[in-house]
Ligand binder design. Structure first.
Ligand code: UT7
Length: 362
């Protein structure tokens, strides 16, 4: 038996405000029919709080599920590309919300692959013997980066957070193997052009502060890489595709998910999908989907679960997990978000003011 990490707690935090396809029809020249057939998305959530607060609630829930307290955490990894600030890190703010004063904490930006990257980092920190209770959280307030004058991106993204607790185990359950990758040569095909120190100071075109994407090119690469990377991670784990009980892919587009499953030869009954409810929440999609899969009884003790993701960078990441004996939480947290003081359209008003009024709001 070798030391690895087991997922012993899980939790999510989805902000309550909903932005439906029908709401989007009132903002831009789009239709429920186009969005549903091209992406699988029906609605997404718009957060009234920062990514750190979403993360903290998801972490409280994951810790309760593992029977742990914030004081038990010795490492906190926050995967995000829409965090509160660069300094302090979002991890610093999450630590403060949680009062997890014994935790080392840092941000990790691998965009939509961030949670799976975090899972691999956390697992290896546990394997080193130096850390015993690791929180990995994917959290996003992506709507802040959305230009609603661009109908090709504004229908895709949403906000939310999901977290897991990792603890040491000598198996047979645990994170068995992973595959991580990056192709920086094509980083520009999915970017927020002006959101860092590169570039000139002074007045900038606000539209360069939003997400821009060559959708078809990202689509093509996502299908290829998620397939290849899942197969590689399974091979490293000494397993084959027939061993997979549940594939939990990054939720960016139902057509990417279906094409990836087809490429791999995994039956759709073994693929977890919740994109219709939340859209693409980047680093949060996989831990949120994992939490819902457990809540719905889709994971049984000993199951082989595969996570696979693709995103900005361009990054990709896959992980193979053998689930442990426990598929129900040990406890529940009573921590909740504060109720929203604005409706969804009011929350989007700053975007309209900054990026420019979308055609139907002009
Ligand atoms: O998380 C990882 C990163 N993101 C992704 O993985 C996303 C990858 N890409 C995609 O999911 C898809 O490429 C999109 C959903 C972004 C776009 O779907 P598509 O099937 O590739 O559409 P398209 O870009 O080829 O556009 C087809 C048509 C165009 O009209 P014309 O030129 O054929 O007249 C677009 O202008 O659809 C039009 N269109 C829309 N129509 C209504 C684009 N966006 C919309 C919209 N509503 N929201």
């Amino acid at each position: 038996m070798t030391l690895t990490a087991e997922i012993t707690g899980w939790g999510k935090c989805m902000p309550p405000n909903v932005l439906s396809n029908h709401d989007l029809e009132q903002i831009v020249d789009t239709s429920d029919e186009w969005i549903t057939t091209r992406t699988g998305i029906k609605e997404r959530r718009i957060s009234h709080v920062e990514a750190s607060e979403l993360a903290a609630v998801a972490c409280h829930r994951a810790l309760a599920a593992a029977g742990k307290t914030p004081e038990d955490v010795d490492l906190l990894l926050v995967a995000t590309c829409s965090g509160d600030s660069i300094i302090p890190s979002t991890a610093s703010v999450v630590q403060k919300h949680l009062q997890a004063w014994n935790a080392a904490a840092m941000d990790l930006n691998a965009a939509c692959s961030g949670f799976v990257y975090g899972l691999e980092v956390g697992t290896n920190m546990i394997k080193s013997g130096a850390y015993k209770t690791v929180l990995v959280v994917g959290t996003e307030k992506l709507h802040h980066l959305i230009d609603f004058t661009d109908r090709t991106t504004c229908v895709l993204f949403g906000d939310g957070a999901g977290a897991v607790v990792l603890e040491p185990t000598e198996g047979p359950a645990g994170v068995l193997a992973s595959d991580l990758g990056m192709d920086g040569s094509v980083g520009h095909i999915l970017e927020v052009p002006v959101d860092g120190t590169a570039g000139d100071r002074g007045p900038i075109d606000p539209r360069l502060s939003g997400i821009s994407m060559e959708g078809q090119e990202v689509f093509r690469r996502a299908v290829t890489k998620m397939g290849e990377s899942s197969a590689l991670a399974l091979e490293k784990a000494g397993l084959s595709l027939e061993d997979v009980d549940l594939l939990i892919p990054h939720q960016a587009n139902i057509r990417i998910i279906d094409a990836t499953a087809r490429r791999l030869g995994v039956d759709e009954s073994k693929v977890y999908v919740n994109i219709h409810s939340y859209g693409n929440t980047s680093a949060a999609t996989i831990p949120v989907a994992l939490t819902e899969a457990l809540e719905e009884g889709r994971i049984q003790p000993g199951d082989i679960v595969v996570f696979t993701a693709f995103g900005g960078g361009l990054t990709w990441a896959s992980s193979v997990v053998r689930w442990g004996d426990r598929v129900t939480p040990l406890g529940e947290s009573d921590v909740e978000l504060p109720p929203p003081d604005r409706d969804t359209m009011e929350l989007l008003q700053p975007n309209f003011d900054f990026f420019g009024r979308p055609e139907k709001q002009a």
